[in-house]
Design a protein around this ligand. Structure first.
Ligand code: HEC
Ligand code: HEC
Ligand code: HEC
Ligand code: HEC
Length: 192
């Protein structure tokens, strides 16, 4: 009953959130995410099960990547300079910058679990989708397909391009193969 209500409320809120720029593509975190009513649970939640060296410690790999520091970047002198040129006094508080530097920045509050943290910046769920339903032992025990039915994404180049594109004021050409090498975090036990 409660879940039904929450889903309806989020479904109503979503078109509103997107309506400011109807002709643009959907916000980056939604790229490929069909289950867009699910909540973002935050990196600490994924860390519970993905900080083990024998399975690749994805948390540690992510923490070392620039994605983890993407919110801090918006308070740097460089960011302030870019902001000044665009009439944005504080990039770290402006949705025009946050939308690519923070997971779910454009999602309504109803889609953020209590564990969601803006300071996670570009967290796991920016690429893997909102974890409310799949980030659970009983789901992963059933395998990847089960998790994917509940919103887990296996990100592809398309997901990256949701943020690594010309709308970024500092856009650098994006070579997926090369850039993925810098942020990959394989599980050695899942040899493909
Ligand atoms: C309760 C434990 C648990 C939590 C919480 C959890 N996971 Fe997992 N996850 C697993 C297990 C177990 C697997 C199976 C493979 C393995 O051992 O790494 C897995 C596999 C994965 C895979 C790989 C799927 C595949 O087989 O290729 C991804 C991607 C993933 N998790 C992402 C996440 C993200 C993102 C979060 C947080 C939103 C998260 N997980 C939270 C336990 C968890
Ligand atoms: C939600 C938006 C978003 C998504 C999705 C995203 N990125 Fe990023 N990425 C960023 C931001 C923002 C930065 C800059 C972080 C900083 O410097 O503070 C960044 C930085 C990087 C960097 C460091 C680049 C540099 O110039 O130092 C690499 C490498 C990278 N991303 C690879 C990827 C790959 C590969 C994917 C897809 C699998 C991806 N990103 C998906 C937002 C995103
Ligand atoms: C369309 C997504 C997007 C938007 C919007 C965006 N950024 Fe970024 N930002 C990125 C990505 C991706 C990177 C990684 C470098 C790149 O551009 O390829 C990045 C990197 C940066 C960097 C680090 C630059 C560097 O060379 O390492 C700064 C500073 C920055 N952004 C500031 C801003 C500010 C200020 C705003 C708002 C005016 C903003 N960004 C809006 C995606 C975005
Ligand atoms: C910038 C995007 C991005 C972020 C952020 C990100 N991942 Fe991933 N992740 C990927 C991509 C791309 C793959 C490879 C997908 C594939 O194998 O097809 C992947 C694969 C995985 C796998 C499976 C590894 C394997 O060997 O198959 C796990 C588990 C995982 N990620 C967990 C996490 C966790 C936990 C976090 C946060 C601490 C995280 N990821 C953050 C893009 C990302």
């Amino acid at each position: 009953m409660w879940r039904g209500l929450v889903l309806i409320v989020s479904a109503l809120a979503l078109p509103l959130a997107g309506s400011a720029t109807p002709e643009e593509k959907p916000p980056p975190v939604e790229a490929g995410v069909k289950a867009s009513a699910h909540k973002f649970v935050g990196v600490a939640n994924c860390k519970l099960c993905h900080a083990d060296d024998t399975t690749g410690n994805q948390y540690e790999q992510w923490k070392k990547s620039k994605h983890a520091g993407a919110l801090r970047t918006l308070s740097s002198p460089g960011a302030k300079e870019i902001g000044a040129k665009l009439g944005i006094p504080d990039p770290s508080k402006d949705i025009k910058c946050l939308r690519c530097h923070v997971t779910g920045a454009e999602a309504p509050k109803s889609r953020k679990a209590r564990t969601y943290k803006e300071s996670d910046a570009v967290g796991c769920e920016s690429c893997h989708g909102a974890g409310e339903l799949y980030a659970k032992e009983e789901v992963f025990k059933q395998g990847k397909e089960a998790a994917m039915k509940l919103g887990l994404i296996e990100p592809t180049e398309q997901n990256c391009l949701g943020c690594h594109n010309k709308e970024s004021p500092t856009f650098k050409e994006f070579d997926f193969k090369k850039r993925f090498e810098e942020v990959k975090h394989p599980n050695p036990k899942l040899k493909k």
